[in-house]
Ligand binder design. Structure first.
Ligand code: KIV
Ligand code: ZN
Length: 505
């Protein structure tokens, strides 16, 4: 019989810390429900003391989710733990995740402390959290660079204090897979009472080794893995949930089983990417657009003769339905409805009719429609709620032409228009918007990406806009990249405080 491996998802905490990936409470609930359906055991819902928004999301998520344990992160600080306990009051199953840095860098530089005092603070935090909840997880931040003998001392002390799970984060993504595995093995062999708790992996991907390190940890005795959807997370990200799940499915001899329904992976991955405005790299393992695409003639020939010649996973195991019909302008409502259902959207007929109308317009501008396009159509009514809307845009650009743009904005019903020149069409359009808004806003970062390839593709634009030293994130998709850029700019502007954007009078 295989051991149970607990899947701890931190997409909504470590993943959501990434600039530009912030979700509102409704979006977080949507992701949490998808994670519940996927079968994760624990959802880390946030760091409640960090902001009222985070606190409130944990409260609402606790009400919305039934099966997974809801976990709240804290530092080893009593007030953090009080706030976490309060945020979890509606959770059916609850966990407080508290901890402190244990590496030399953390103890002597960040915390200006010493080894003995850190053990005392760790124990005190676990005991304090135990007053509120039975299930307390302790993290030894930067355990990856912590001396194994000292780490064993900390782990033993917190288990004695009542920790049910002990997290061994490779916070900086520094460990080699064999080193991380040896660390877990060392703890399994040297910590008195280690079997009273579960050891957990938490690996970052700075050197591209997060998944390898996680699997190495599991092979050496860890029975919880901390992961995020699409590997989203600080810097180069965290361990990808989908990679771990498919490795365990493909290598049954590892000897652990999870509750993950792998057929829900594709839908969840797309949802997270779309809501967090975080594109998935095309060659991303398991969920990338090319993960199952065989383009070379030799590979295609091999796969046609026997799929296993070049495929180690069946795409349908991750929820990619290969028999799905290619959607074009000639596809009917039924085909669209079928694809929406495969993507996990069960819409009322009225909504399908609306999406279908938008689909036909897009299909006229673009040869074939992929799943990213469909997801964009389903969530594409975001702009309707915005205060400042693009009413009209015309640009003039080309070789030997001085770029000009005319922009008309609808600002809460008031129509204002300006024309401006610029170094290119986007610069001219943004300059016209700035004239209308009469404020000093500047572009900090500007990224245009084609969603799938081809000159008829949709352009996806991410922007960072600086206003009085604060950075606002904007995002938009359109088949015209100048329109996408202008709408991304307005998306960022709409996130600024209402009365700070346009000068009175
Ligand atoms: O990477 C890390 O060390 C963390 C801890 C806060 C668990 O995210
Ligand atoms: Zn982390």
């Amino acid at each position: 019989m295989s051991d149970k491996l607990f899947i701890f998802d931190t997409t909504l905490r470590d993943g959501e810390q990434v600039p530009g990936c912030q979700l509102n409470t409704v979006e977080k609930i949507e992701v949490a429900k998808a994670l519940e359906e996927l079968g994760v055991d624990i959802i880390e819902a946030g760091f409640p003391v960090s902001s009222p928004g985070d606190f409130n999301s944990i409260v609402e998520l606790s009400k919305a989710v039934t099966w997974p344990t809801i976990c709240a992160l804290t530092r080893a600080v009593e007030n953090d733990i009080d706030v976490a306990a309060e945020s979890l009051k509606y959770a059916k199953r609850k966990r407080i995740h508290t901890g402190i840095g244990t590496s030399w860098y953390h103890i002597h530089h960040k915390l200006n402390s010493n080894e003995d005092a850190i053990v005392e603070r760790a124990v005190a935090a676990v005991k304090y959290a135990k007053r509120y909840v039975e299930d307390v997880e302790f993290y030894a931040e930067d355990a990856g660079r912590t001396d194994n003998a000292y780490l064993a001392r900390v782990v033993e002390a917190v288990i004695k204090a009542g920790a049910t799970v002990v997290n061994i984060p490779d916070t900086t993504g520094y460990c080699l897979p064999h080193q991380y595995g040896e660390k877990i093995k060392y703890l399994m062999e040297h910590v008195d009472g280690v079997h009273k708790a579960v050891l957990s992996t938490h690996c970052h991907n700075d050197l591209g080794m997060a998944t390898a390190n996680t699997i190495s940890g599991v092979l050496n005795g860890a029975r919880q893995v901390e992961v995020t959807m699409n590997g989203i997370g600080e810097r180069a990200g965290n361990t990808s949930l989908e990679e771990v799940a498919m490795i365990l499915k493909s290598h049954e001899n590892i000897g652990v089983s999870t509750n993950i329904n792998t057929q829900k992976i594709y839908h969840t991955s797309k949802m997270v990417s779309s809501l967090m405005n975080m594109p998935i790299q095309p060659n991303k393992a398991v969920v990338g657009r090319n993960a199952f695409a065989h383009s070379s003639g030799i590979h295609q020939d091999g796969v046609i003769k026997n799929r296993e010649t070049y495929e180690i996973m069946d795409p349908s195991d991750v929820g990619i339905n290969e028999s799905s019909i290619l959607l074009t302008a000639r596809s009917g409502r039924a085909a669209l409805k079928n694809r929406l259902e495969l993507l996990g959207y069960h819409l009322e007929q009225e909504k399908i009719n609306k999406v279908y109308e938008e689909f036909l317009v897009l299909a006229d501008a673009k040869k074939d429609i992929n799943d990213d396009d469909i997801l964009q159509l389903v969530g594409g009514n975001k702009l309707e709620d915005q205060r400042i809307k693009l009413d009209f845009l015309q640009v003039l650009s080309g070789k030997e032409v001085s770029p000009m743009a005319t922009v008309r904005l609808d600002i809460s019903g008031e129509i204002l228009s300006e024309t401006s020149s610029g170094k290119g069409p986007v610069d001219a359009a943004i300059s016209a918007i700035k004239k209308i808004l009469q404020r000093k806003v500047s572009l900090h970062e500007f990224l245009i990406q084609a969603m799938s390839g081809g000159s008829d593709d949709l352009g996806k634009v991410h922007m960072q806009v600086d206003f009085e030293g604060d950075i606002y994130y904007g995002f938009a998709v359109h088949s015209d990249i100048v329109t996408a850029s202008v709408e991304a700019f307005l998306d960022a502007i709409n996130k600024m405080k209402v009365n700070r954007v346009r000068k009175a009078g």
